[in-house]
Design a protein around this ligand. Structure first.
Ligand code: LLP
Length: 422
């Protein structure tokens, strides 16, 4: 099997390495469960976006929600990225990581007044507004603060991204964005409101998209709107096409970022729209295959119908299998010559939904470390403290150097904010 994450993830002899670091050695040093990311893999994933957009006015805004560790954000800030945030908390993170607010776009259907105020004061590049009601509130907050809010409307192009229903966002039935049919009138409303300055238009049709076609459909639908909106005398400076490009977890074959962007640029040029400033909001495709989750095998439990491999990582550490029935590859950190057996790889949490992989062929013994692959995106950022489990530690590998970029959470921290009754 070709490992997702190659060439940065590879066996040398029996041992699995991420970039220059042996994963078993990292598990020994930092304990498990442990998230490990490769900086080189992240930068290599960013490169095709940058190359394809070179020579065009553009900004790549890394979607913070995919992996919001400060050192990851710092890596992308230093590489010239902006950021796509969806909360006041993410705003504080990107600022703490050294990003400049004028490269930050603020997305999300439910921004609070407090979050709007903080973003205005910080001076974010743009609010991606998702409804008329939000526009009214943003206008009022901007007037109150005496700071003009730059806005783009997230339009819902009503295209099917062909992905899991929980991560598809560009359909009429989704809560996201302003309906295509109402976009022009909503732009007119925005133009009439005080405190707002219209700077662009955006869409985001879903996540883990493995085809170019839905992006081209969405682009066409958005460009139709651009023409109609500009015919009303409202100028749109930038076009933000969101994120969503998929990765290979097992046998998916998504297009490369350069291929996707090449196709979008060709369509833009063909429609005489190639001069616009372009923005993208990739998350998963920049970090997903740059990270793994390391876990230790605690017990093997043979059964009549199933064999269980019980490990020390659980659904609270990695929610994707339980939540989306996502399939993520699981491989040993050190290969054994023994014959493989079929296991369900499960965690210690008290739920039958607590599994990391089903029907996996593994040669494994208690004490062996396993790596769940493609765990760099929506892994740690979705982790919880269910069962009062402290969240995992995180390590960022730079060449053969391993940096602890987040300490393991201790139980006392988990209930430190709680109070007993008098
Ligand atoms: N922009 C907006 C407005 C978004 O809502 C998202 C993701 C992105 C950009 C980045 O999308 P990406 O390039 O990462 O696909 N937890 C799910 C994925 C949820 C995606 C939510 N929005 C999962 O683990 O599959």
């Amino acid at each position: 099997m070709k490992l997702p994450g190659a060439p940065f993830l590879a066996y040398r002899g029996e041992s699995l390495y991420l970039d220059g670091c042996e994963l078993t050695a990292l598990a020994d040093r930092f304990g498990t469960p442990l998230y490990v990311y490769s900086q080189a893999a992240m930068l290599a994933a960013l490169a095709p976006y940058q190359t394809a957009l070179a020579g065009r006015d553009h900004l790549i805004c890394y979607a913070v929600k995919a992996n919001s560790n400060l050192a990851v954000l710092q890596t992308f800030a230093r590489a010239g990225c902006g950021f796509d945030i969806v909360s006041g908390g993410e705003l504080q993170r990107v600022l703490a990581a050294g990003a400049s607010a004028d490269r930050v776009v603020f997305s999300g259907v439910g921004k609070t007044r407090e979050e709007m105020r903080a973003a205005l004061r910080a001076g974010v590049k743009c609010f991606n507004v998702e409804s008329e009601a939000e526009l009214e509130v943003l206008s009022a907050v901007a007037v109150q603060e005496g700071i003009e809010a730059r806005v783009s409307l997230r339009v819902n192009p009503d295209v099917d991204a062909g992905t899991h229903p929980y991560i598809s966002t560009g359909l009429k039935s989704n809560k996201f964005g302003v309906a295509h049919g109402r976009a022009v009138s909503t732009y007119c409303r925005a133009a009439a409101l005080p405190g707002l300055s219209i700077v662009g238009i955006d869409c985001h049709i879903g996540s883990q998209i493995t085809e170019i076609a839905p992006y081209l459909d969405a682009l066409d639908r958005v460009l139709d709107l651009v023409e109609a909106i500009e015919a009303q005398g409202i100028a749109l400076h930038h076009l933000d096409l969101g994120g969503g490009l998929g990765i290979t977890y097992t046998d998916e074959h998504p297009p490369g970022a350069d291929e996707l962007i090449g196709a979008l640029l060709a369509r833009l040029d063909a429609r005489g729209q190639g001069h616009r400033m372009l923005m993208f909001e990739p998350g998963r495709s920049l970090v997903g295959n740059a990270g793994v989750l390391l876990t230790e095998t605690l017990y093997l439990k043979p059964g009549d119908e199933k064999n269980f491999c019980i490990v020390d990582a659980a659904m609270n550490d990695l929610m994707r299998p339980a939540m989306y029935e996502a399939t993520m590859a699981i491989v040993p950190c050190r290969q054994r010559p023994d014959p493989a057996q079929r296991y369900d790889v499960v965690g210690p949490v008290c739920e039958s939904g607590d599994w990391l992989g089903r029907d996996r062929w593994l040669a494994v013994q208690p004490g062996d470390r396993l790596a769940v692959l493609s765990a760099g995106a929506y892994g740690m950022s979705m982790a919880s403290n269910y069962n009062t489990r402290g969240r995992a530690a995180e390590v960022l590998v730079v060449g053969d150097q391993a940096h602890l970029v987040r300490q393991r959470e201790q139980p006392a921290e988990l209930f430190g904010g709680e109070r007993l009754l008098p």
